[in-house]
Write a protein that binds this ligand. Structure first.
Ligand SMILES: NC(=O)c1ccc[n+]([C@@H]2O[C@H](COP(=O)([O-])OP(=O)(O)OC[C@H]3O[C@@H](n4cnc5c(N)ncnc54)[C@H](OP(=O)(O)O)[C@@H]3O)[C@@H](O)[C@H]2O)c1
Length: 216
């Protein structure tokens, strides 16, 4: 099962001044944190990892307890998507991770970088010249990562949508008009429109929290 979480402005921007932090309010942050409680694997694109300056993926004590009570590992496994493998093995998210992260890549990526990253991560090759996300999701599921939460960014969502593996989409609409300039929550590969159905709507102050599921 693949769940995607994003925040957007009312006018559809994915960032303000280049970062998503300018968009999310307290309720979005709450949902962002809670969605992490339920996943086995947390997926990010190399772009988001390089850009956002996130720390190691270690959940707070109460969320780890909640996970344990529900039969989940203490912390989710970080899954980084990268074709170029232009990643620093000393990056906090990789080097300080409580669970050995996984790097998903394809056969055309640099063998030297694969070797370098293998010191702190498990590098998994899925696909010859591009990542095959259907194979990738099956491979992750076989390793126990059956519920994957994607925190983006737009190119990862583009690839997941093109592979038609998105089962749920959680979207926060932030009460802001970002103005021209920001990109959309999706980029990269073209794909036909996918039908989703609205599962729930929460209004929290001026924020709107939406959850859509794949229409079966
Ligand atoms: N509003 C939100 O909720 C939200 C969420 C996340 C991110 N963001 C924002 O989005 C921006 C980053 O955008 P982005 O599109 O660059 O982020 P991204 O999708 O996280 O990362 C793009 C990178 O991921 C790798 N990648 C993605 N799809 C791939 C595929 N099919 N095959 C191989 N590699 C693939 C590539 O890495 P390599 O270059 O290493 O090959 C690519 O350059 C940042 O400004 C961030 O703040 C916003």
């Amino acid at each position: 099962m693949v769940r995607v979480n994003f925040v957007t402005s009312i006018d559809g921007a994915v960032t303000i001044k280049g970062y998503s932090a300018g968009l999310g309010g307290p309720s979005d942050k709450r949902v962002f944190d809670l969605l992490r409680v339920w996943c086995d694997g947390l997926m990010v694109g190399a772009g988001t990892l390089r850009h956002e300056g996130y720390g190691a993926l270690r959940l707070p004590d109460d969320h780890r307890d909640l996970r344990k009570r529900n039969g989940l590992a203490d912390n989710p496994t970080l899954v980084v998507v990268s074709g170029r493998l232009d990643l620093d093995p000393h990056h906090r998210m990789l080097a300080n991770a409580p669970v050995r992260p996984i790097v998903l890549t394809h056969g055309g990526s640099s063998e030297r970088q694969r070797k370098l990253l293998s010191t702190v991560t498990e590098v998994i090759v899925c696909g010859e010249s591009r990542i095959d996300f259907r194979v990738a999701m099956d491979t992750l599921a076989r390793r126990g990562l059956r519920h994957v939460l994607s925190e983006g960014g737009p190119h990862v969502l583009g690839a997941l949508t093109a592979a038609d593996v998105v089962d749920e989409m959680c979207l926060t609409v932030s009460p802001k008009l970002a103005g021209a300039g920001g990109g959309r929550i999706i980029a990269g590969e073209l794909s036909p429109p996918r039908e989703m159905m609205l599962v729930h709507v929460l209004a929290a102050g001026d924020e709107l929290l939406l959850r859509y599921a794949r229409r079966r």
